[in-house]
Design a protein around this ligand. Structure first.
Ligand code: HEC
Length: 178
């Protein structure tokens, strides 16, 4: 299951909304930004068009690419990132599954890791939709599917001692992140 453009790869260890069995089951049941369920996973990256001048957009883009070693670190971009992006993507860009914000510090991209693609996401973010299956599949089938996806690679164990995810979301500027 290599992911297509805009759709995540389910074979790897990179989970936008969490990779435990329960996380996957919830995603399959309720979908992502899916109108058919009140419990759907929702988070909209805001459009930053008009917030930054061209130089700031370039600095931010460069900082984002530096997180995966594809550009030189950019001090201006780093400050803008801390102020505007870290709340969802984490201080180091490692992503926050509780927010459905993908990691930016790896080589895995939903929408492409080129300079143009990152700039486009900052100015006009995509909000990918996945339908939930609760009206079309019974719970037992969804459980089986979740187990299958979990087994394909990189399925994560539930971490019993983990901090509640909401704490992370409420303390966006904390130095630590997942
Ligand atoms: C309110 C939360 C939020 C904030 C703030 C936010 N993002 Fe995002 N970002 C997201 C979500 C959610 C996605 C995934 C979109 C999707 O699933 O379609 C995303 C996706 C991205 C992507 C695409 C990643 C990929 O794999 O292709 C980039 C690049 C990105 N964000 C950069 C930024 C930058 C830079 C900032 C700050 C200027 C920022 N984001 C601020 C939530 C946020």
């Amino acid at each position: 299951m290599p992911g297509e453009y805009g759709y995540p790869n389910l074979n790897d260890n990179d989970w936008i909304w969490g990779g435990t069995l329960t996380d996957i089951e919830t995603t399959l049941t309720h979908g992502i930004r899916w109108e058919g369920s009140d419990a759907t996973r929702v988070n909209y990256m805001p459009a930053f068009d008009g917030m930054f001048d061209a130089g700031q957009v370039a600095a931010l883009t460069s900082h984002v690419l530096s997180l995966s070693g594809k550009a030189k670190p950019n001090a201006t971009g780093a400050v803008l990132f801390t102020e505007n992006c870290a709340a969802c993507h984490g201080a180091t860009g490692a992503g926050l599954p509780a927010m459905g914000a993908p990691a930016l510090n790896d080589a895995i991209w939903l929408y492409g890791g080129s300079e143009a693609a990152v700039r486009k996401q900052i100015l006009a973010p995509r909000h990918g939709v996945m339908p939930g299956w609760k009206d079309r599949l019974d719970p037992a089938t969804i459980k089986m599917l979740a187990a299958y996806v979990h087994s394909r690679g990189g399925g994560q164990q539930a971490a019993p001692a983990a901090e509640p995810a909401t704490d992370v979301a409420q303390a966006p500027m904390a130095e630590t992140d997942g």
